[in-house]
Design a protein around this ligand. Structure first.
Ligand code: UDX
Length: 437
């Protein structure tokens, strides 16, 4: 089927390239000419493992093209996905100006039936607002609206797309359901399609509810980690045993420095806004925001405790700047908060990451005493404390003998619990972690 995907950011690109992989003919549209030029040359503006290879494959199979011309892109395509950004406004609500501008343009340029599908995470009621915009501008256009939220995790987005737990589709008529079921039937060859159909409002809410629940699960285990530290328990054993209960499940029960990224922080603020506008009290989600905010600050207290002295003047190696491993994304990254606070407290920060150094340099430009190192061991050299903030595999495989030759202090604070405590201690290091004595 011919599919148009508007917005060549993270969601649009991954979705578009994966739609091409499952056999559709995809046209990706973006109003940024330089981005389109690069994509046409096979250059991807984001870091996502496997995406470049998949793009090359789709290009050689002539299944994908990139353009700024929406009118041409929509010709012969019934399904039009909106995948533009919905950044967070100052009041926490999702900024819908890009989505609505696209809806307007579709209405102006569409010449025959269109199924307009939102992939971006949008507030409840957006489907109706898009329908009104289209109707007002082009009363004669035959169209339907649908919601098909994405659940892609950065770093493993291709696998999340190709092997989803479920695909959520919100529709209001049979024709839309038929088109979307055809699109996704290519994903579930020889297996029962895992597509959940609902009305549009419910589909819009499923995305927010899922992300809020996962964020709550993380904050819950982070608080349990604090409790373990206070009473002498072990959060690794605790989360393992909790996760074996199938009602709870093992995933998203890893304690850490707090959740970040482009979705959880933004989505829980947006869901609170939706609740506020509708006079509903979501006190639980409200407290997750407070808990996560405090979490990042609490990590700086842990650094001070591990140092056993004031932070000022100490050289601290920060391993990991991205909000999680396998991405260059630093949005709401705990590392950014930690590094900025360390800098303000007078530490000398030696920061390193596998992908996120450039983004961090820009984000943290106003802070002093931060040096950036491509090489992990160059960051560690001469440090008073090594802090692991992001769970990159390279940090899990740290060569402790090499570390011993370049630092005197030999202290490691592992905010992701990725190292083997016994081995680290046997190697002669003081080891501090999360939720363990
Ligand atoms: C998330 C959702 O998982 C995805 O379905 C949605 O569509 C987009 O947002 P993403 O932001 O890429 O994906 O990252 P995710 O892997 O979910 O992690 C989010 C944050 O939670 C990260 O900061 C991560 O480090 C943290 N996390 C995750 C934990 O601290 N502990 C865990 O057990 C899991």
């Amino acid at each position: 089927m011919k599919i148009t995907v508007i917005g060549s950011g993270y969601v649009g690109l991954v979705s578009g390239i994966c739609f091409a992989k499952i056999g559709h003919e995809v046209v990706c549209v973006d109003n940024d000419q330089s981005k389109i030029d690069k994509l046409n040359q096979g250059i991807i503006p984001i870091y996502e493992p496997g995406l470049k290879e998949l793009l090359e494959e789709a290009k050689s199979a002539q299944k994908i093209s990139f353009t700024t011309d929406l009118e041409a892109a929509m010709q012969g395509s019934q399904a039009v996905f909106i995948a533009v950004g919905t950044p967070q406004d100052e009041d926490g609500s999702a900024n819908m100006s890009y989505v609505f501008a696209v809806a307007k343009e579709i209405a102006q340029k569409a010449q025959d039936y269109k199924l307009i599908i939102t992939k971006s995470t949008v507030p409840v009621g957006t489907g109706g607002k898009i329908a009104k915009i289209v109707k007002d501008i082009n009363p004669n256009l035959e169209f339907s609206i649908a919601s098909n939220p994405e659940f892609l995790r950065e770093g493993v987005a291709i696998d999340d797309f190709m092997n989803p737990d479920r695909v959520v589709v919100g529709v209001e008529d049979e024709k839309s359901k038929e088109i979307l079921s055809q699109i996704y039937s290519n994903l579930f060859v020889n297996e029962e399609p895992r597509v959940v159909y609902s009305d549009i409002t419910t589909a819009e809410l499923i995305k927010y509810a899922s992300n809020s629940f996962l964020a709550t699960k993380i904050s819950f285990i982070n608080e349990m980690a604090d409790l373990c530290e206070a009473v002498g328990g072990d959060v690794k054993q605790l989360s393992y045993a909790m996760g074996l209960d199938t009602r709870i499940g093992e995933k998203f029960l890893n304690p850490g420095p707090g959740f970040g990224g482009s979705c959880f922080p933004k989505d829980i603020m947006a869901v609170l806004n939706i609740a506020k506008e509708n006079d509903v009290n979501l006190s639980l989600i409200n407290s997750v925001i407070t808990s996560n905010k405090h979490r990042k600050v609490h990590m700086v207290e842990k650094i001070k405790d591990a140092l056993g002295s004031e932070i000022a003047g100490k050289k601290i190696a920060v391993l990991g700047l991205a909000f999680k491993a396998n991405t260059d994304d630093i949005r709401y990254s705990p590392a950014t908060v930690i590094v900025s606070q360390l800098s303000q407290k007078g530490a000398k920060v030696a920061a390193t990451d596998l992908q996120a150094i450039e983004n961090s340099k820009q984000e943290l430009a106003e802070f002093d005493n931060i040096t950036y190192h491509e090489d992990t061991y160059s960051a560690i050299e001469g440090s008073d404390l090594i802090v692991i903030v992001t769970e990159w595999k390279i940090y899990k495989d740290l060569d402790l003998e090499k570390v011993k030759t370049i630092t005197k202090a030999r202290k490691i604070l592992d905010l992701r619990n990725i190292l083997d405590a016994k081995k680290v201690k046997e190697a002669g290091f003081e080891y501090y972690s999360i939720g363990q004595k």
